[in-house]
Design a binder for this molecule. Structure first.
Ligand code: ADP
Ligand code: ZN
Length: 648
């Protein structure tokens, strides 16, 4: 740990003082150079060591020195000749005269030792040495510069090191942020604090230092943070968590320090950290890969900075994430990001408000019905809505219209939705087929099993990364408990997906993994927790399903091995039993499934009513009276008993 810290400091030092780095580097280079190269013209020749006098002579003089045998050793380079006097005290140098070949003959004749030498020019020598280093420095500067750009300033900001992080004074106001009323209320207090810090400090009120804005991308987290700064009329420092991670080890930490330094100097101020999960990811989660040094250092620096100033300093840190659950617990401790504000996707009313905000700057036709657009855009975030208005304006402009018409808005909505469906994941035809049958299987079971929740929507449009398709079920009324037959019905519905793959595709995919897990869990709870089976009778085997402590599941089994065995057998057998009955139901409703799949292929999303129409049609065609006949005997028995009890 100590080692790591000192390393960290070194980096900070050099990053902050590029001129010093360069000076140190140059001095070292020159020393190395001196040692290796020696001095000047004497370049790596055996003679220079002894000789103490170098004397330039003319070529003819040299020739006569040779002729008189006054020299003992001669070295011939490309453009110079050097000769050593017999006593070894003098070295004569001269330029070669091209075309004279007689010198060699003369040397031979006189029996003087001679050899060639490679002349190393002082300048080329040094350049040869420096070049690689210059290249390395160049590359370093290039990358460093690029990384700095995103945040303004630069490692090599030279004389300008004080202005490493740029701030702005946004004129965004709360009115520009629509549809997130609760979030606005929650941050109102921060605005007051930034405006009148003295009031709060005097009274001794503790204002949160860090507020986490939680919500999907495009819901207006950045906008809200800006509006806080705008309302309070304070500087807004904005960085993105991911921009720290591209940098070299230590740079992120240095940057965090500069950021806080600057923000404190300009206090009252706001620091906004977008995508904080990029640095704040739980350290435990990264443990398997040995962690990410850079991220950890940056995170440590951030924590240290947040702890480093008191609540009386009016600097508020707002951070945005859409995955608060991955954040390191250290970040969420009191005095850090101990407050979370949900910036949710807007509901119908919210969408109307957001659309209105963005329509203000656009000329709208009288035929525009904003409710209609809001209704069509369920599930979209503020950024999508802003985009829809803008796209519509572009469309209208292209058609040389004076105003944006409802038709343009429709077209724009369509595009946005198509784009979103595509963006999340493209599905290949084979997968599409599997998903269509799988989801139809769930839907059919949901509609033909007594006690199952009715289908509200079936979709083969991928949602997020995990789900390729989905079937939404809606309970008819709000439910706070479930009866036994309803739990079994849920098991059937869950098994319907996999069974449909088996019947219609002929092979099982991995897509049913989660379904089986849930089905198994339901049966297990029936045995262990709810006393609904004969396996354990009324005995409760598991107190609460939430027995996680410190991330590891507690295995406090308080029942016999035989009980465990019985339970396993029961779960396995009842899954098999239910699966078989589901298979035969699917066989029976084969054509209905095919109809659903055909419609899914055509529309990608089908409604619960469409599912029910298909099933009713099929039942009419085949004179199937009621779905109750298709439920398992066990449930039929139970229903009969229920009816009897009701009569009594
Ligand atoms: P986030 O930070 O949550 O990803 P942004 O704040 O960057 O989302 O939103 C991007 C843009 O979308 C904003 O600049 C704004 O034009 C629009 N926008 C998003 N949410 C809202 C909202 N609630 N009200 C008005 N405009 C919004
Ligand atoms: Zn499924």
């Amino acid at each position: 740990m100590a080692n790591k810290e000192s390393n960290n400091n070194d980096n900070n030092f050099f990053n902050k003082n590029p001129l010093i780095t360069f000076a140190v580097f140059s001095v070292v280079m020159i020393l190395v150079f001196k040692v290796l190269v020696g001095d000047g013209a004497g370049v790596n020749s055996g003679m220079s060591a002894k000789a103490n006098k170098t004397q330039a002579v003319s070529y003819s003089e040299l020739k006569s020195l040779v002729a008189s045998k006054s020299v003992s050793k001669v070295e011939i380079g490309q453009s110079y000749i050097k000769a050593q006097s017999v006593d070894g005290l003098n070295i004569y140098t001269t330029r070669i005269v091209r075309g004279d070949t007689k010198l060699i003959d003369e040397l031979d004749k006189q029996g003087i030792e001679y050899k060639g030498f490679s002349e190393t020019n002082w300048f080329t020598e040094m350049f040869g040495w420096l070049l690689p280093f210059l290249i390395i420095i160049g590359i370093w500067m290039f990358f460093a510069g690029r990384m700095q750009k995103s945040m303004g300033g630069g490692i090599l900001g030279m004389g300008n090191s004080k202005k490493m992080v740029s701030s702005e004074k946004p004129d965004t106001k709360f009115d520009d942020v629509a549809g997130v009323e609760e979030a606005k209320e929650e941050v109102q207090e921060i605005v007051d604090f930034l405006k009148y810090p003295a009031r709060y400090v005097e009274i001794g009120a503790k204002i949160p230092k860090g507020v986490l804005l939680v919500g999907s991308p495009g819901t207006g987290k950045t906008l809200l943070a800006k509006a806080v700064a705008g309302e309070a009329d304070v500087p807004f420092f904005s960085v993105s968590g991911s921009s720290f991670i591209e940098m070299f080890v230590g740079v992120g930490a240095a940057r965090v320090r500069d950021l806080f330094e600057q923000a404190k100097k300009d206090a009252p101020s706001i620091i906004f950290i977008d995508e904080i999960d990029a640095i704040g990811k739980s350290r435990a989660a990264g443990g398997m890969m040995g962690g990410n040094d850079e991220r950890e250092q940056t995170l440590n620096q951030l924590l240290a900075e947040m702890d480093g100033f008191g609540t009386d300093t009016p600097v508020i840190i707002l951070a945005a994430t859409n995955r608060p659950e991955v954040l390191d617990a250290a970040l969420l401790r009191p005095g850090r990001f101990d407050r979370q504000v949900l910036v949710d996707k807007p509901d119908f009313e919210g969408r109307i408000k957001i659309l209105n905000v963005h329509m203000k700057s656009v000329k709208m036709d009288n035929d525009v019905e904003i409710e209609e657009i809001a209704r069509l855009t369920a599930g979209l975030a503020g950024a999508d809505l802003a985009n829809i208005i803008n796209e519509a304006a572009l469309l209208a402009g292209r058609k040389s219209q004076k105003t944006v018409k409802q038709k343009d808005l429709f077209e724009s909505v369509e595009r946005a939705i198509a784009g979103l469906a595509k963006k999340s994941r493209r599905i290949n035809p084979k997968e599409k087929k599997i998903v269509a049958y799988h989801e139809s299987g769930h839907a059919l079971l949901a509609e033909t099993t007594v006690g199952a929740k009715k289908v509200s929507k079936v979709s083969i449009v991928p949602r997020g990364l995990a789900a390729l398709g989905y079937t939404l079920n809606k309970p008819e009324e709000d439910r706070f408990m479930m009866q036994r037959h309803e739990l079994w019905a849920e098991v059937d519905v869950l098994l319907g997906g996999r069974a449909a793959e088996e019947v219609f595709v002929g092979e099982i995919s991995t897509g049913a993994g989660n379904d089986l897990e849930r089905a198994t869990d339901i049966i297990k709870s029936m045995v262990q927790t709810y006393g609904m089976t004969d396996v354990a009778g009324l005995m409760v085997l598991e107190k609460s399903r939430q027995s996680f402590i410190g991330g590891t599941q507690q295995s406090s089994r308080e029942y016999s091995d035989k009980m465990a065995q019985d339970m396993d057998d029961f779960i396995k057998e009842s899954l098999k039993e239910h699966y078989d009955s589901v298979l035969s139901r699917l066989e029976e409703y084969r054509d209905a499934i095919e109809d659903m799949v055909a419609l899914l292929y055509k529309k990608e999303n089908i409604t619960g009513d469409e599912v029910r129409d298909i099933i009713t049609d099929f039942e009419d065609r085949n004179n199937i009276e009621s779905k109750v006949e298709n439920i398992s005997d066990e449930i039929a028995q139970e229903l009969k008993e229920d009816a009897k009890m009701a009569k009594d």
